[in-house]
Design a protein around this ligand. Sequence first.
Ligand code: ZN
Length: 450
Amino acid sequence: MSAWRRLLLKGYQVVTGRRVLDRLDELNRTQWWSRADLLALQRRKLHHLLSYAYRYVPYYRRLFDRVGFRPEAVLDDVAALRRLPILTKATIRANFDALLTTESRRRAHLSQLTTGGSTGRPLVFMQDNDFRDYVTADLHRHLGWAGWQFGQIHAYIWGTNFEVALAQSLRTRLMDWVLNRFVTNAYVLTDESMAAFAAEVRRRRPRLLFGYASSLYHFAQFARRQGFDDLTFDGIFSSAEVLYPAQRQFIEETFHCRMFNRYGTRDLGGVACECDAHTGLHASIENNYIEIVRDLESGEPAPPGETGHIVVTNLNNHGMPFIRYSIEDMGAWSTRDRCPCGRELPLMAVVEGRRVDMFRTPDGRTVWGGFASPLFGMPGVRRFQVVQKSLDLVVVRIVRDGELDAERLATIERTIHTALGEQVTVRFEYPDEIPVLDSGKYRYALSEVE
Ligand SMILES: [Zn+2]
């Protein structure tokens, strides 16, 4: 990055006490450590967090005492952590105040974050500066995996409050300049805003593009419609949503470059990301202790290759520690132990989808909403949403893109019947637009069945 930018960022860090650049250097070093050294580092950080939680966080003091758990136990065997119950969003809501640190020095620096919550009920989290520094640093480490260097120009299609509600503020504009990035708002991706964004891409030539899978796909569809064949990047990062193979192929072909799938959430930041070997997603185990469990009650670990519930203990957020937090996503450890890139951060297989996108069938089965994903890339379908209204009614909303023939509609109907059962009625609707959620994301499959 230019000397000016680096100097400004350093100055900003000195003034605010933030340490993003230090953390980035640290993560860029540890990613080359051996697996054994990484696990040892992770265990030390876990022990530190647990000790802190016992000392300063009332909820955990009570819990540890009740189940007879001692933080030192993880130094002998990290599996001792399984003695603690899994933390759910409902538990967080019910114990919000008791989950905050009582240490006044750290309390003074907590910032609030509200997630949209896929169930429609927002959830409030408090995050401390350490946590936020590591989140920002980890993101930039991942961008580096596409050959990008800190300070090189990059572009975002993003819609978090953090990035966008503040977009007009001087601070955000300054940070955009210092970090050399520009953003278009994923909340409102119109033909007009995408044309302006494409023009800016053409003019400023960002090395990377970063966005939600659905927003990137939307932008790629727009670029194809317009016949834009000259937009390209060194890499495109998809985050915060599941990236489906059909979407991925479409986006890669449109922009003539590889995609890097990244798994992260608003409440935890980055959890795992693909490197340039594209063999799976390297988990950021310096920042998180990650478990994949068969079910939330027993917490029994799922072996590599078996999809289970992702449970995360973030090792940096002491202000409001989440220990064994059920993130409500499904994933699997990769059966591949090593990556050709040389990094020994463990590999996760592709995350299969939000737990909430589950449909119920009249015969009592539960079906992952991802069955509808073949509609991505289907000719004639610009945008779609499959909504389970009741056990025997599914509504398919399609924003049409030119002709959509009867044969394709029959294919969609057949897909739904295969997934949910023959007796389910499928109703098609053709709205002009499908609104995105408050979070800027768009849900293509949702169930209104309790
Ligand atoms: Zn790798």
